[in-house]
Design a protein. Structure first.
Lengths: 432, 312
């Protein structure tokens, strides 16, 4: 008999089975064994989850783990540790490493590293085009064989519409979703959202239309090719309505939103006086856009909360605003922000939040997990929706500290992360 | 009474009282500049670093003269390359200068917000001498001083600012400052070079900031016309087709100036492109205050240095 773990007294919420009740959860041999009242099992490790929520493990569809090539920003080990600390049992990593993950040997390297890291599961996303240069398709089939779960040239949009069409069709053969970073070339040279704040700050703007145009194109291509497209980090109200319309018409279009896009607006760049931790792509948008995103989270248009965790070394963020790199870390603040802003903010309930962080991400990328059904892999996130925390970037497990949320007081926090029946966070040595 | 602030980063955050204090102080320094011995001991033993990341003749010289006439020790650091090219971050550059214990650092930088990033980490007073397309507060202060000298007031005046507003730190600083002082600022230029929504970010002000439909609308009955320099690279950037066309449709000539009030005055932050945004007969004409602006620049910068670096 293998190892067993009993999670007692928690409130189990699993939208995949419409379960929401106080009960126990038994894990055996890395799989969910049983959900029920007062489970008794001999010789098992027991976790008391009194006052806590027990949910299917959270899955981040969008993170940058930077290895290979940028180990000074993050490694697969530190990134998957940050994921576990942030309540994620799995993290999908974008291919914009050095070299780019555009062939099966890089994909296999990522899996090897992830296996030795032993925290959150790591699922590589392959590049759409060779070197993500937007010119020629990468060996998508070979990468699929090696284990990629989606393809994307994230960081860059696929500008060539014809190439994007072919990518969507070809990816369809391998049942892979295409994840597009939607920015039309009218974003060129911009460093923040174009609007009254870019106007007063004297910074080059990225108009909302840059995203809208590209999303509209992708929706039309999804219809033309009858394939799936997943819109990465949606940020404008108009793009949300385009996805809503596409879904109404039954197209295979899904989308994700980041915690910073449902929390902050472009006014943050002024309020923080050019702090480079308010610079990311797509940029923080207007209040109207934030309202559109909130509506999309409420009405089901938005399918997933994804971090777009983008670690950068402090030295790189010490540059002038227009020269600093785009991106912020997100793995260790996402769950607290979702609880504080969305659940306590009255936007959505806990079950919908769990759907956005677990069930739907698992469905979109066809990953194991996303459910606590007996027989399923035992990936579990236990969190406390009531505990108050203060974000302290200096304590992050990530190698990078580039967050605009340092010092924020939030209500709700992940507590225990279980992957395949093993507690990966907090780990025993960390407890003492 | 010194200013109750560490830095001068922009006019957006100045109060009407602070502006009045700076302008009145500048008036007293104008007298110093007319003396045979143009020097006062006000900042003796103080160190002022002029840190210019972007080419500048007029502003750098003006700050240097201002510091020297106050008896401060002025050090000029001019570097046409950015800190990145040197392999040093902006923050490191600032910390190294801070370690030499200057009392004030005057910064010109091509990136908007660079002085703000430096001001956060140094104890010296930081004076923004122009950051990207953001602000150039001492230019706006010297423009206000020049207008006040010639019109006796600022409140109630119609002030047209014409040209490349999008990339202009001079336009932004002037719009904030002149609106606070009660002027009605009207911005005009080709639509490709207007920052949409800027007017919504003008804080509570006695005056106003609006965009005109066209240059003529801005000029009609204007008390003051401020022309902005057009950069040649905006043409290659696709903002307008040619300097020739720009001059015809958006430049200031004597005929177009007739739309303004008969006692209109014309300002330009320099350096001027004769025959492009402004015709020579306007630039050199009786309405032009371009050289008065330069003259007032030294007095305004003396006032700002005195008020921020005297350490009283």
């Amino acid at each position: 008999m293998g190892s067993a773990l009993l999670i007692r007294n928690g409130r189990v919420i699993d939208p995949s089975q419409a379960i929401e009740r106080h009960c126990d959860l038994l894990i055996r041999d890395g799989l969910i064994a049983e959900i029920g009242e007062s489970i008794t099992a001999k010789g098992v490790e027991v976790i008391d989850a009194g006052g806590l929520i027990v949910a299917p493990g959270f899955i981040d569809l969008h993170a940058h783990l930077r290895e290979p090539g940028f180990e000074y920003k993050e490694t697969i080990e530190s990134g998957s540790r940050a994921a576990a600390a942030g309540g994620f049992t799995a993290v999908c990593c974008m291919p914009n490493t050095l070299p780019v993950n555009d062939n099966s040997s890089v994909t296999r390297f990522i899996f090897e590293r992830a296996a030795s890291a032993g925290r959150a599961r790591v699922y590589p996303i392959g590049a759409i085009t060779q070197g993500s240069k937007g010119e020629q398709l990468a060996e998508i089939g070979e990468m699929k064989t090696a284990g990629i779960v989606a393809i994307s040239d994230d960081g860059k949009a696929v500008a060539d519409t014809n190439l994007m069409r072919r990518a969507m069709e070809y990816a369809g053969d391998f049942d892979l979703p295409v994840v597009d970073h939607c920015e039309d070339c009218c974003a060129r040279g911009g460093v923040m959202h174009e609007g009254e704040y870019s106007a007063v700050l004297g910074l080059n703007g990225i108009p909302g239309a840059a995203e809208d145009l590209h999303v509209a194109r992708d929706v039309m291509l999804a219809e033309l090719t009858n394939t799936r497209v997943h819109i990465a980090h949606i940020s404008t109200a108009r793009a949300v309505s385009l996805v809503r319309e596409a879904k109404r018409r039954g197209l295979g279009v899904t989308c994700e939103v980041t915690p910073h896009h449902f929390t902050l607006t472009d006014s943050e760049v002024l309020r923080n006086s050019y702090s480079t931790n308010t610079k990311m792509a797509p940029p923080l948008r207007s209040k109207t856009d934030l309202d559109g995103i909130i509506e999309g989270l409420r009405d089901g248009t938005i399918d997933a909360i994804a971090t777009d965790h983008a670690p950068h070394h402090t030295n790189e963020k010490m540059l002038e605003f227009d020269r600093a790199p785009f991106g912020i870390v997100g793995l260790e603040t996402a769950v607290s922000l979702a609880l504080d802003r969305l659940v306590h903010g009255g936007v959505i309930g806990l079950a919908r939040m769990i759907e956005l962080l677990s069930c739907l991400p698992a469905q979109i990328f066809k990953l194991e997990g996303g459910t606590l059904r007996p027989g399923a892999v035992a990936d579990v996130t236990i969190f406390d929706p009531e505990r108050h925390i203060k974000v302290d970037a200096s304590q992050f497990q990530s190698k990078s500290r580039n967050t605009p949320f340092d010092g924020w007081e939030l209500k709700g926090t992940p507590v225990t992360t279980i992957v395949g029946g093993s507690v990966v966070w907090p780990i025993k040595e960390d407890l003492k | 009474m010194p200013l109750q602030r560490k830095d001068l980063l922009g006019t957006a955050e100045l109060t009407v009282e602070e502006i009045a204090l700076i302008l009145d102080t500048a008036e007293t320094f104008r007298d110093v500049n007319k003396r045979l011995i143009k020097k006062v001991p006000t900042l003796r033993g103080k160190t002022v670093i002029n840190l210019f990341f972007e080419a500048s003749t007029r502003t750098r010289t003006s700050f240097e003269i201002a510091a020297k006439r106050l008896s401060a020790d002025a050090v000029n650091i001019s570097t046409s390359t950015s800190s990145v090219v040197k392999g040093e971050t902006l923050v490191d550059t600032a910390l190294n200068l801070e370690a030499m214990a200057p009392d004030a650092i005057v910064i010109r930088h091509s990136s908007s917000g660079a002085p703000h990033q430096i001001a956060r980490i140094v104890t010296a007073a930081v004076i923004n001498a122009g950051d990207g397309a953001h602000e150039h507060p001492t230019q706006a202060l010297l423009d206000a001083l020049t207008i006040r000298q010639h019109k006796g007031r600022i409140a109630g005046l119609k002030i047209a600012i014409i040209g490349d507003i999008l990339h202009s730190r001079v336009a932004r600083s002037n719009a904030h400052l002149l609106a606070k002082l009660g002027a009605h600022v009207v911005l005009a230029g080709p639509r490709t070079l207007l920052p949409n929504g800027f007017e919504r970010q003008i804080g509570p002000a006695e005056g106003s900031v609006t965009f005109a439909e066209n240059v003529s609308e801005a000029l009609i009955d204007a008390d003051v016309v401020m022309m902005l320099r057009i950069q040649l690279e905006r043409q290659s950037g696709g903002f307008f087709p040619s300097l020739r066309e720009y001059s015809i449709h958006f430049g200031l000539n004597r005929r177009r100036l007739e739309l303004a009030k008969s006692d209109v005055v014309v300002l330009h932050p320099g350096p001027i492109n004769r025959g492009v945004e402004i015709d020579s007969d306007v630039a050199d004409g009786p309405f032009s205050l371009i050289l008065d602006q330069v003259n007032n620049g030294v007095a305004v910068r003396m006032a700002v240095l005195y008020l921020l670096a005297s350490g009283e």
